[in-house]
Ligand binder design. Structure first.
Ligand SMILES: [Zn+2]
Ligand SMILES: [Zn+2]
Ligand SMILES: [Zn+2]
Ligand SMILES: [Zn+2]
Ligand SMILES: [Zn+2]
Ligand SMILES: [Zn+2]
Ligand SMILES: [Zn+2]
Length: 280
């Protein structure tokens, strides 16, 4: 990739490689590159960018040092006026830079990254409702709060994992419009919550989860997998389950935050999916 100068980059961060007119770039490296102007109706360009502009960006980047790794070739500039910090897209996470994966693809250095404008009190010992581990005791790059209930605090990495898990839960099912409820596990707000998480740089995974990810998902899934039925009938208890049949655990196909044994919700033994009460 001309812009990040890496051959092996995390496709989750940089996106797929695309080649056009002899220029090879990652999709997101191009989207985030500062000062490349996009012609909305110019179909002759490369994703709306003229190759002349891309070459210009590359030669300018040769003078720009990355504020994270110190190397030259940084193509992304902090959006804050008067800030002259540049960085590489693959360095963003390590350097706590925020990159918003929604148009207009704004990026911020650690000093100017958007803060959650939420007056919330973080009690000592607060646990992340996703991993049940304590969160850092202040608002920070790695600690996010739900803007709606102001009670749920999350690790940034857990938030991404939750979103990935949701997509995974939906795989293999017809994706209905609006089936993806990206919501706060505590208060179930999915409006303010989702918007704010995208502003803070959480994004929908670029690639579909693959079977190689299964271990990671299984581990995360286990934490959510118990029977939430009002009355659980399984002799082995809410956390026990069988591979198939009446005692297989189904996770809610919309929120993945609740589960049930088929029998406990009166489902047939071959019912493939289920939605919890708050989602149905
Ligand atoms: Zn790249
Ligand atoms: Zn760098
Ligand atoms: Zn800045
Ligand atoms: Zn967590
Ligand atoms: Zn909430
Ligand atoms: Zn049950
Ligand atoms: Zn649900």
């Amino acid at each position: 990739c001309l812009l990040c100068r890496r051959t092996e980059a995390d496709p989750d961060i940089c996106g797929d490689k695309q080649e056009n007119h002899g220029l090879c770039t990652h999709v997101f490296c191009l989207n985030f590159a500062s000062l490349i102007f996009r012609q909305d109706n110019d179909r002759t360009g490369f994703m709306g960018c003229r190759s002349r502009d891309i070459r210009l960006a590359v030669s300018r980047a040769a003078q720009k040092h990355c504020c994270v790794c110190g190397e030259t070739g940084a193509t992304i500039m902090c959006c804050q006026e008067d800030c002259d910090r540049w960085f590489h897209l693959p360095c963003a996470k390590e350097g706590h830079c925020v990159t918003q994966y929604i148009t207009p693809y704004s990026s911020y250095c650690p000093e100017h990254c958007p803060e959650q404008d939420v007056r919330a009190i973080l009690e000592p010992g607060t646990e992340c409702p996703i991993c049940m581990e304590p969160v850092e005791e202040r608002k920070s790059y790695t600690t996010l709060v739900c803007p709606a209930c102001k009670k749920a605090w999350f690790h940034r990495d857990c938030m991404r994992a939750l979103l990935t898990l949701l997509l995974f839960a939906l795989q293999g099912q017809a994706l209905r419009a609006g089936a993806l409820y990206f919501q706060c596990p505590l208060c179930r707000d999915d409006d303010e919550f989702a918007v704010q998480m995208f502003i803070m740089g959480i994004r929908i995974p670029f690639r579909q989860p693959t079977w190689e990810d299964n271990d990671a998902f299984a581990e995360l899934g286990e934490r959510h997998s118990w029977c939430n039925a009002r009355k659980c009938l399984y002799p082995g208890g809410r956390e026990g389950a069988e591979e198939e049949g009446p005692w297989e655990l189904l996770l809610c196909s919309s929120c993945a935050a609740e589960g049930t044994h088929r029998r406990c919700s009166g489902l047939r033994n071959n019912t493939p999916s289920w939605e919890c009460d708050s989602c149905a």
